[in-house]
Design a protein around this ligand. Sequence first.
Ligand SMILES: Cc1cc2nc3c(=O)[nH]c(=O)nc-3n(C[C@H](O)[C@H](O)[C@H](O)COP(=O)(O)O)c2cc1C
Ligand code: SF4
Length: 662
Amino acid sequence: MAKTLFEWDYSSYPGAASYPHLFKPIQIGNLLVPNRIKYAATEDNLNEHTGFITGADVEYMRRRAEGVVGGLCFMQGVYMDPARKGQGYVGQAAAWDDKFIPGLKEIADAIHSERAIAGFQLMDCGRVGAVEVERGHGPSGVPQRLRIFKPMDEMTNAEVKEMVQQHVDAARRGVEAGFDVMEISGIVGYLISNFLSRYTNRRTDEYGGDIRGRCQAMVEIIQGVKDVCGPDIPVGIRLCSEELLDDVRGNPPEDSMMTYQVAEEAGADYISCTLGWQESIYPVISRDIPQGNWLHLAKRAKEHVKIPIQMAYRLFTPDRPNAAIERGELDMWEMCRSMIADPQMPKKVLEGREDEIRHCVACNLCLARLFRDAPMTCYINPTCAHEHDEKFFPKKVADGEEKTVMIVGAGPAGLECAYVAAQRGHEVHVYDKRGEPGGTLLEASKAPYGDEELLTCTAYQKTMCEKYGVNVHLGTEVTPELIEEEFPDTVVLATGPVYEPPAAGGDRENMVNVLDVLRGDIAVGERVVVWGNRKPGIGAALKLAKEGKKVTLVGKERTAGFDVNPSFKWRYMIYLRQNGVKVYNDCDIVEVADGGVVVKTYDGYHIPVACDSVVVSDRKANEDLKQAVQGEGIEMFVIGDALVPRNLSSAVHDGYRIGLRI
Ligand SMILES: Cc1cc2nc3c(=O)[nH]c(=O)nc-3n(C[C@H](O)[C@H](O)[C@H](O)COP(=O)(O)O)c2cc1C
Ligand code: SF4
């Protein structure tokens, strides 16, 4: 009989009725998992640089364990070699010695405290490793093509055998620490995937050659790890189903599917179906990739093996995995970023509180931070990586300390501030002159390549405002008179930015506002100059170019997309090129006429650019109402773009912080 760790009965929950296939048990190896939900392993750079676990990581994991409501909860992949060649992140947990076991046990205990199943992951980062040392290791010394990664040394035959043993020893430590499921990470360019790929494995010994030979290290690891895990601890592996490395002769799909079959033959109890490498030239998980795009790969994997198939990759809502499981095309729904953004995500699904989910917007800031050796943060979840610090969570104000708070602007900054302040016990009123909440996000979401998903942010905030009793006054412009009349204890100015035409431009008819253009309220000519090379300008430029306009983007920043994190910015650079948008960075517009503008480059050249319309997207801080509030002597905060024009993340984080402070 299969082993059960914790009893769960979902029958009385609304989510189990809506998504019956997500909340039914599955047997993995000899373990009965009560549902089909898994928090996938996630590096967070929260641990000591020596590899020891910190309290911050333990609390980060406890929240995710609560979220999986009895399902699988994996800690981040650990590196296993004392030489640290396998270490890919400065704050990555280590398991190369028994001295790490007590810290690892704290994580297993935290996961068990929420009655979830604790997963341990073995992850030598291979080509993506050696973050703290000069050279990395791999099956062959194939040069890196991404500059941020270190040069590679080819492992000797003895070193390969030592590496296999390191996996086995680390697995034993994971078992001793109390973990219930073991997983080997063979994804995105980490060591196991380097052995499997014909791109990076050019060996001639028993660990190279044809696909069987390239699988040999994986086979020995699976078998060795299974031996130390025994019959009751299932062993799974994450494997690439498509490397997306055709341009460097990576594995063809038949080889990838062969790795699945060989892993099954070697004794793997499940496979997590992944795709893409860090080095792939195609995007896989950014917002421009539609949700559910990769599910066909899980289906194909299931046609090649009998063991359960798990998959993540842009499955941000429960409907698609539920339906895929029903069709027999998937066995378990994995989540990584959905639960970085909202640790309680699947719990809210189960409890029928889907409208309270703060959805990931697939911006990849979390990843960008890891690759810059910074602790993980989330674009739209201000408490991410602060789970251990109670200062980051709303506390009720003392009796008699409640304030009346007037928030001017129902954009993402204002709404975030509003519900947090209301949750703490203040009487909160949000005003907006528009008839709809959402602020400039209403327009930003009209930009192409997935930006409609940004609206999930304000959808969540609106729900939370309702939940905590925020009074929303739409269609009401706040004036100095209204402030004087209401005379609140606190005013928060979340009025959004002021749009600033080029100094030479002034008030011309061919000069239009970016919000009107994104909304589609105003017609522009065939040749357009977009002024401002940050995200709003890029969004408008791409929208217009896709509509067939000839677009030139001109801006003061030295690179376009200065306000977009590097893990997403590269996508925009490609789309600007693909759509034929000409870009002038580090430039000014020194003349505007009916038929064109004159662009001045940073080194003083004047370039005439013919155009019929100039779209103004450049922004500055908003000083409106500041004096009126200060004149009344009322406590005042300015947040979001009204303070300094930045991005959605700053709006949310500003709003949250001030919501905690009022
Ligand atoms: C910040 C971050 C850290 C990750 N760390 C790991 C890891 O330690 N081990 C691993 O196998 N995958 C790791 N991944 C990959 C995820 O587990 C997951 O497969 C991927 O993000 C796609 O799923 P998603 O669309 O639900 O985010 C990481 C991903 C992110 C965004
Ligand atoms: S940082 Fe961006 S991609 Fe990462 S979890 Fe948060 S919203 Fe999602």
